[in-house]
Design a protein around this ligand. Structure first.
Ligand SMILES: Nc1ncnc2c1ncn2[C@@H]1O[C@H](COP(=O)(O)OP(=O)(O)OP(=O)(O)O)[C@@H](O)[C@H]1O
Ligand SMILES: [Mg+2]
Length: 267
């Protein structure tokens, strides 16, 4: 079977700086993969290569066996942050409708089919209740659901979610994860889920991709999130502490480096 995602010897340099190098990964259809790593590790850079908005400096990425640009219509994408829409007067629903049109389905967004599809995704994410309000007045959690709804348009085979949990309280983190997990189970969608705190995802992830020091480690949680593996990846002493079914990644320089950031807010 064609892998959902195949990354071969990927290198990405931006403005002369190498952000990622020697990345290899194969992700199967229907896998839920959590993508983690400190700020600046290259998570969004990798996401941009996968959705086809950034060309690798070297190596290749195949999405559903195709070039990322060819597969784009089968990939649902939720970008990191939504601050650029702070002053929009558009209703949340209109934003999703506009995205439906922007996907180039060849049907005007006022068409019945398109309206039904917008209704469907707003229903799936439980965002229909407030979709008539201007997007700009919605709370962070409500906006996040609308952005997720937009990513679900057209029933994508792969969902790429860049920090969908940012600025959500624990209850809303749980609701969003549940929603994504339900979609995944029902439609065997592949999920690539970028986050800082891996703890809310422990029950739904099949594998973990951890980025640090320009490299990546992909595997089961127990293989990747270990002191040995992460020390190698970071190139400095890292200790993984597990307690009460929670995971903490602690750096030797002091402080928890990752996974504690439940209130981490990028916006
Ligand atoms: N166009 C660019 N030119 C130069 N450097 C860039 C460019 N775009 C991104 N970078 C750098 O690439 C590195 C990786 O950025 P990226 O956004 O991928 O990190 P991230 O892992 O998503 O971080 P965060 O957790 O903060 O979202 C950063 O150091 C960033 O400054
Ligand atoms: Mg990012």
């Amino acid at each position: 079977m064609t892998p959902a995602l195949q990354i071969t010897d990927l290198r990405v340099s931006l403005s002369g700086n190498t952000i990622l190098s020697g990345i290899n990964a194969e992700i199967n259809a229907g896998e839920f993969v959590g993508i983690f790593g400190p700020n600046g590790a290259g998570k969004t850079t990798l996401v941009r290569c996968i959705i086809g908005t950034l060309a690798p400096t070297r190596g290749s990425i195949k999405v559903l066996g195709l070039l990322p640009s060819q597969a784009a219509r089968r990939v649902g994408y939720m970008p990191q942050g939504h601050g650029t829409f702070d002053s929009t007067a558009l209703s949340a629903r209109s934003m999703v409708e506009a995205a439906c049109e922007g996907d180039g389905w060849g049907i005007p967004w006022t068409s019945k089919k398109s309206r039904q599809e917008v209704d469907r995704v707003l229903e799936v994410t439980d965002a229909a209740r407030y979709a008539q309000r201007p997007f700009s007045v919605l709370s962070g959690g409500e906006r996040q659901r609308v952005m997720l709804a937009q990513a679900l348009l057209g029933d994508p085979r792969i969902l790429v979610l860049d920090e969908p949990l940012a600025s959500l309280d624990p209850k809303n983190q749980g609701l969003l994860i549940e929603c994504v997990a339900r979609v995944k189970e029902r439609t065997n969608t592949t999920v690539l889920f970028v986050a800082h705190d891996m703890n809310p995802l422990l029950n739904v992830m099949d594998r973990v991709m951890y980025l640090a020091g320009g490299g990546a480690a992909l595997g089961k949680l127990d293989e990747v999130v270990t002191s040995e593996c992460l020390t190698k990846l970071y190139g400095s002493d890292i200790e993984v502490v597990r307690t009460q079914n929670r995971v903490f990644v602690v750096s030797s320089e002091g402080g928890v480096t990752e996974t504690e950031c439940a209130h981490h807010d990028h916006d």
